[in-house]
Design a protein around this ligand. Structure first.
Ligand code: 1CP
Length: 345
């Protein structure tokens, strides 16, 4: 096995960590903006396999990242299930809402999503042919709780209030939705793997707002179910879990759900994470995305500190969350150069 990302995911401690970046294909890159303009809008780009493969490849060509992440969005699955979805320029996604049992009635079943998602699988197939042989292809989906927060509220929310309200006020409807998302995510990711994804990542961007038992029930349990079923169907498939802002709930998470890698945000310290998390799995993440905007010595220092902290175990260098549109592409190069040149002990 020569691909460095797969080696790190298999638990190997490498002299230098492989690198990729959340949202590495995105608006901070002029070539992305040009291809998006050619597609017309964001969703048309997601559903155009040639152009979606093109934007996936752009950061690989520019920077030689060790992994490519399929260009798509976590909200394509709700759309495949029958939710309305559109993007308001400058604001973000809008969807139909779910406020009670009637909101579930129009939705399709877990096996009825593939016609709608066929262009995504085609993007994966194109990428398996076009990626350099050393680059690992990552497929992904949103975790059920995070996807549910958008389906319930009909948009992104700062505190996931509407989703918590449904969880508490009409738990039967909420759990029906979580189950449907859990089962359809298994089918969706399984098809990505059959099309050629070598690794899958589960994004639970809003896991941090689930506390206590709710975290165990709606972040941990669905991830465990998805991962164990995927591993049963695809033995040896490496899986990255990202229960963002889980804090102390990061401890033991990878082991409990069966993930090979735990992605962490930038609210925890790298030394704490190395001590408390790295013995369970490979670690990925932690650099604050803001450094990609501000750059300079602070970017170099932070990058070195993270590489040093995780040097004793399996590590994939990444940001703690997605790179933002105002980032400077030069700072990405500076980060990569710093990771590759950090003196080895
Ligand atoms: O204007 C544009 O071009 C759209 C910006 C954009 C992009 C580049 C959106 C809208 N989605 C994406 C691509 C995307 N989304 C990827 C592609 C691969 C890559 O990383 O390069 C991935 C993995 C995602 C995942 C995603 N979408 C998440 C989970 C990760 C995270 O950032 O927390 C979430 C929460 C979304 C929803 C979403 N899609 C887009 C936006 C602006 C949002 C956030 C909405 C909000 O809460 O306000």
């Amino acid at each position: 096995m020569t691909k460095t990302l797969l080696r790190a995911l298999a638990g190997e401690t490498l002299p230098n960590p492989p690198i990729w970046m959340m949202r590495q294909a995105g608006r901070y890159l002029p070539e992305y903006r040009a291809t998006r303009a050619e597609a017309g809008d964001f969703l048309s780009l997601c559903y155009n396999p040639d152009l979606a493969a093109e934007v996936t490849l752009q950061p690989i060509r520019r920077y030689g990242f060790d992994a490519a992440i399929l260009f798509a969005d976590i909200l394509l699955l709700p759309q495949a299930l029958g939710a309305d979805l559109w993007f308001v320029t400058g604001e973000g996604p809008r969807l139909s809402t779910i406020t009670g049992p009637e909101g579930m009635r129009g939705l399709k079943g877990k096996d009825d999503i593939h016609d709608h998602l066929a262009p995504v699988y085609e993007t994966v197939r194109i990428l398996t042919r076009e990626l350099p042989s050393e680059t690992t292809l990552i497929g992904f989906a949103g975790a059920p709780w995070t996807v549910a927060t958008y389906m319930i509220a009909g948009r992104g929310t700062p505190d996931q209030g509407p989703a918590h309200a449904l969880r508490e006020g009409d738990n039967a409807t909420f759990e029906t939705l979580i189950d449907l998302l859990t089962e359809s995510t298994i089918e969706y990711l399984s098809m990505q793997v059959e099309a050629g994804a070598e690794v899958v990542k589960l994004f639970d961007s809003w896991a941090g707002s689930l506390k206590g038992d709710a975290f165990a029930k709606y972040a941990l349990a669905p991830a465990k179910r998805i991962i164990s079923e995927l591993k049963a169907r695809h033995p040896g498939l490496p899986i990255i879990a990202f229960p963002r802002e889980a804090g102390d709930n990061y401890i033991g998470f990878a082991k409990a759900v069966g993930a090979d890698c735990l992605a962490i945000d930038n609210s925890v310290s790298a030394t704490w994470a190395a001590e408390n998390l790295q013995s369970d799995s490979c670690i990925q993440g932690n650099l604050a995305p803001g450094h990609m905007v501000t750059g300079g010595q602070a970017l170099i220092d932070e990058t070195r500190r993270i590489v040093e902290a995780f040097r004793g175990g399996p590590h994939i260098f990444n940001l703690g969350h997605g790179i933002t549109p105002d980032a400077d592409p030069e700072n990405v190069q500076l980060m990569i150069d710093t990771v590759r040149e950090t003196p080895k002990r």
